[in-house]
Design a protein around this ligand. Structure first.
Ligand code: HEC
Ligand code: HEC
Ligand code: HEC
Ligand code: HEC
Ligand code: HEC
Length: 219
């Protein structure tokens, strides 16, 4: 007599098949999350992103406490698309005599002598397919603080705005409350009563008509 109970159609390991499938599904799922968060997550929506820099340069100290104007170091903001990061020479205007013995300044001095630029890590970065221009904003009275926040209070620079398309367009559609007198573009603490009304006047004086067509920012 044949023992029917023992003639199994499926081999023994097949009992564990559901478990294997479950494990497979879980690891694909975790893998997808990893790939997305590691490679695909766009930097530009990383509000709060504050990478560690090769030299602990502090905006709070230099731009805040010492009151050095932004344009002393970011001298292309008014004339070019890029804000630009200063060369070591700019730092050495002061640091040939200030804090010479600090290990950080010794490192600065080494870059100065070798001519090797400091590899500052970028904080703000739009995707390649977008176009942004600093001078177009700064020369129309849009202050640094509108997009970068209180940099003068940051020991380490971090991103405060999403830099998303919706964020750009929100201001392009209704700029008035973001416009200030041009002479205050780098004055982070500037305020006035009735900002909206002054903004509306300045929109007329500076002839501000921000564009919303696609090729303004995608060209
Ligand atoms: C003494 C020179 C100096 C001054 C003054 C200065 N900066 Fe900077 N800035 C730097 C350096 C160096 C970096 C690159 C290192 C870093 O990110 O901290 C930088 C980086 C930045 C970044 C981040 C750039 C990126 O990678 O996205 C912003 C934004 C910025 N500065 C804004 C300002 C504003 C606004 C002011 C004026 C309130 C200002 N800076 C004043 C030297 C300066
Ligand atoms: C309308 C918004 C806006 C204003 C106003 C603005 N920035 Fe920026 N800034 C940006 C964006 C967006 C980026 C990233 C640009 C990119 O990835 O091409 C950036 C990048 C930078 C950088 C990194 C270098 C670069 O250009 O990519 C520096 C430095 C900087 N800004 C400094 C300043 C300073 C100083 C001011 C004021 C004088 C200022 N920004 C005003 C939006 C702004
Ligand atoms: C206008 C003058 C001036 C310029 C330009 C300047 N610094 Fe400074 N820096 C100072 C002063 C003043 C101090 C504070 C010294 C103290 O603590 O007594 C300082 C402090 C520092 C410190 C802290 C040193 C320590 O160990 O305490 C670092 C790091 C530094 N600066 C980096 C830079 C870099 C990088 C640049 C160029 C992007 C730069 N500085 C440009 C004046 C300047
Ligand atoms: C806080 C307000 C504000 C924000 C935020 C802003 N813009 Fe603007 N943008 C303006 C104003 C004001 C002008 C000047 C319009 C004019 O000259 O009539 C302008 C002009 C421009 C121009 C120049 C257009 C031309 O005529 O050549 C470009 C490009 C631009 N913006 C791109 C961007 C991008 C990309 C972003 C987002 C990353 C952005 N803007 C965020 C206010 C803003
Ligand atoms: C004022 C500047 C500005 C204008 C005008 C603009 N864009 Fe964008 N766009 C951006 C920025 C900045 C990004 C990157 C945003 C991000 O990475 O989240 C972007 C991203 C995109 C993306 C990628 C997907 C996404 O939403 O992030 C598409 C598609 C796009 N834009 C299409 C358009 C089209 C179509 C128009 C015209 C109707 C347009 N854009 C007008 C600034 C602009």
């Amino acid at each position: 007599m044949t023992d029917f109970k023992k003639t199994n159609v499926f081999p023994r390991w097949a009992n564990r098949l559901p478990l294997y499938i479950l494990l497979g599904v879980v690891s694909v799922f975790l893998g997808a999350i990893f790939v997305f968060s590691y490679w695909l997550s766009p930097k530009n929506i990383d509000v709060g992103y504050a990478p560690e820099q090769p030299i602990p340069y502090s905006h709070k100290l230099h731009a805040g406490d010492l009151g050095i104007d932004c344009r002393y170091c970011h001298n292309s903001v008014e004339t070019q698309a890029s804000g630009g990061v200063p060369s070591v020479e700019t730092c050495m205007n002061c640091h040939t005599h200030i804090k010479k013995d600090s290990p950080h300044i010794i490192k600065l001095q080494e870059h100065y002598v070798s001519g090797k630029p400091i590899e500052w890590v970028r904080v703000h970065q739009l995707p390649d397919y977008t176009y942004f221009n600093h001078s177009a904003h700064v020369n129309k009275g849009v202050g640094c603080v509108e997009c970068h926040g209180r940099v003068d209070q940051m020991p380490v620079v971090h991103q405060v705005q999403p830099l998303s398309m919706g964020w750009c367009l929100e201001c392009h559609r209704a700029p008035a409350s973001h416009i200030r007198p041009k002479e205050h573009v780098t004055n982070m603490g500037w305020t006035t009563e009735n900002r909206e009304k002054l903004g509306q006047e300045l929109v007329e004086v500076y002839q501000i008509r921000p564009r919303e067509d696609c090729n303004t920012c995608h060209r």
